[in-house]
Design a protein around this ligand. Structure first.
Ligand SMILES: Nc1ncnc2c1ncn2[C@@H]1O[C@H](COP(=O)(O)OP(=O)(O)OP(=O)(O)O)[C@@H](O)[C@H]1O
Length: 337
């Protein structure tokens, strides 16, 4: 066990920014804290860091309450969207900051700085001025600086948000592999689903200050606990299960629906839940088509169901105004409890 957040609330005046949150990060685990803008992710991270007072609840590390322990003695590394490097210092001095503060001797500092620059792929950069770095290089320096004192937990607040898409993708992979090879536990705050699911062992979905669901990425994808979570993780429609029952071929899912026995049961559908099929029994009218290099998303209207999104192969030509038939594929369906 490592970090435990137990019933924690944080308020700004009358506003409750973090509302009774409980979560755990075990040793070596990467937890992604995912949610829309303003849901309270940064506030929770700042409370864990010791930058925000906790109104209710307890934050502890290895069963020690952190309430009386200030930021610099918690042993946590911090990294933000803007690396906040010290502009007057060169790269080596930036990376060595935490080591100087900890009183490490000069020779050991130098060894550690060079080692960390290698880890983040910036070997040979120690004398460079911060102002001459690209955005991606600056974030690598910020990562090296945070990792240098061997933090027991890294707190990362949207560390890639200021970078362009392709750099974000490659740095995400590097970041994940650096955290894993150094065995560093981490909380990674993001509003980007792809980032969260791409890096994390566990994902906590937050909305309105509360954790709505926490679990392994696959578990959250396959078993969203409610409609909000379902839509947030990419389900595009939610319909009464009774409407879909006649088209479900998967016997296990049919049994679950029947066992639920409750006529208000709902089912969430991803775009891959509906597949074009000449023998399909669901009639749909194509409204518009959005092309991507390897697939297309087709907006259709199904009578009684409303607008639905359908995933089709990039080379299967469908056009607005066309009538097509679809079948229901249980692989893209989830029953909402
Ligand atoms: N210092 C502050 N004073 C007052 N209200 C604040 C303060 N910081 C944040 N808030 C409010 O608390 C709520 C949560 O903000 P927070 O920054 O934690 O959200 P977030 O999920 O990190 O959002 P984003 O992804 O946009 O950064 C918001 O409604 C915000 O306006």
């Amino acid at each position: 066990m490592a970090l435990r957040v137990d019933g924690v609330s944080v308020t700004y005046g009358p506003q409750v920014a973090v509302d009774d949150v409980t979560l755990e990060v075990s040793s070596g685990e990467i937890l992604a804290l995912l949610g829309p803008s303003g849901c309270g992710k940064s506030t929770l991270l700042r409370a864990i860091a010791g930058l925000e007072p906790v109104r209710h609840g307890v934050i502890s590390y290895d069963a020690t309450d952190l309430a009386a322990i200030p930021l610099h003695r918690r042993g946590f590394g911090l990294m933000f969207q803007d690396g906040m490097l010290f502009p007057q210092q060169n790269v080596g001095a930036n990376v060595g900051y935490g080591l100087r503060v900890a009183g490490m001797n000069k020779a050991d500092q130098r060894v550690r700085v060079l080692e960390l620059l290698e880890v983040v792929g910036l070997g040979g950069f120690e004398s460079r001025q911060v102002a001459t770095l690209s955005g991606g290089q600056a974030q690598r320096v910020a990562l090296a600086r945070a990792l240098a004192p061997t933090p027991r937990l890294m707190l990362l607040d949207e560390p890639l948000a200021a970078l362009d898409k392709s750099l974000r993708e490659s740095l995400l992979i590097d970041l994940g592999s650096i955290l894993r090879t150094t065995g560093t536990s981490a909380i990674f705050v993001t509003h980007d689903q792809g980032e969260a699911f791409g890096i994390a062992d566990s994902v906590a979905l937050m909305n309105d200050g509360r954790i709505r669901q926490q679990g392994a990425p696959r578990e959250v994808w396959d078993n969203p606990v409610d409609e909000w979570v379902a839509r947030f993780v990419g389900y595009t429609s939610v319909l009464p299960a009774s409407l879909l029952m006649p088209y479900l071929s998967d016997s296990e899912l049919r049994t679950s629906v029947m066992q639920g026995g409750d006529t208000s049961q709902r089912m969430a559908l991803r775009p891959n839940a509906l597949r074009p099929d000449p023998a399909g029994l669901i009639n749909a009218l194509v409204q518009f088509v959005t092309l991507a290099p390897d697939h297309a998303l087709v907006r259709v209207d199904v009578r009684g169901w409303g607008n639905m999104t359908v995933l089709v192969d990039a080379d299967s030509a469908v056009a607005p105004g066309e009538h097509i038939t679809l079948r229901l594929d249980s692989a893209g369906c989830a029953l909402i409890p």
